[in-house]
Design a protein around this ligand. Sequence first.
Ligand code: 5RP
Length: 219
Amino acid sequence: MNQDELKQMAAAAAIEYLDYDMVLGVGTGSTANCFIDLLAEKKHMLEATVASSEATAERLRSHNIPVVELNQTNGLSLYVDGADESDEHLNLIKGGGGALTREKIIAGASEKFVCIADQSKLVKVLGAFPLPVEVIPMAQSHVGRVLAKMGGKPKLRDGFVTDNGNIIIDVVGLDLTDPKGFEHRINNIAGVVTVGLFSERPADVLLLASEDGIQKLTR
Ligand code: 5RP
């Protein structure tokens, strides 16, 4: 089975979590795209969706799935999204696709967060994947210097502008054995909009696809 097939399998497993008349949060990335394409068959079940990126909103609309703003809702019952890494406690690194801020807002506004991924995303300790940090453009060098002092190697994501008009700095080399502590420390740097550590609001369910089928991890 190739990685695309595994992503497809994880996405299909998340369809089971849909319920009638729900307002659903929808994530960003290739695994989330598999989910969106499957959602097209289930759109009669949904009241509406809230998208975590412009790209996701466009894909949802291409299937005639209704998309509303988060402010038009009273919160979401379910959020389905991928991740770049997860540990066994369902702390995540997200933001490989650059949508981390809206993803974190939607995760926070959702009763249940179901993360879908292939087995390769499960790690013992987070941090092999470069940690994305969304930053206000004028704070680029300041934030870079602080991240370097924390022991990281920051690198500007070249030519990338987020849906919110900001830049992304990807950081490698940080010791993320305390993901919640790092989430707070990095979020507290002036100029940081969001760090792609999802530890304060981790996933509730992780559906991991492998050759052996779906493994379900919960908190
Ligand atoms: C986007 C994300 C994605 O969920 C993450 O990058 C995983 O993407 P993919 O499903 O393509 O591997 O956080 O900001």
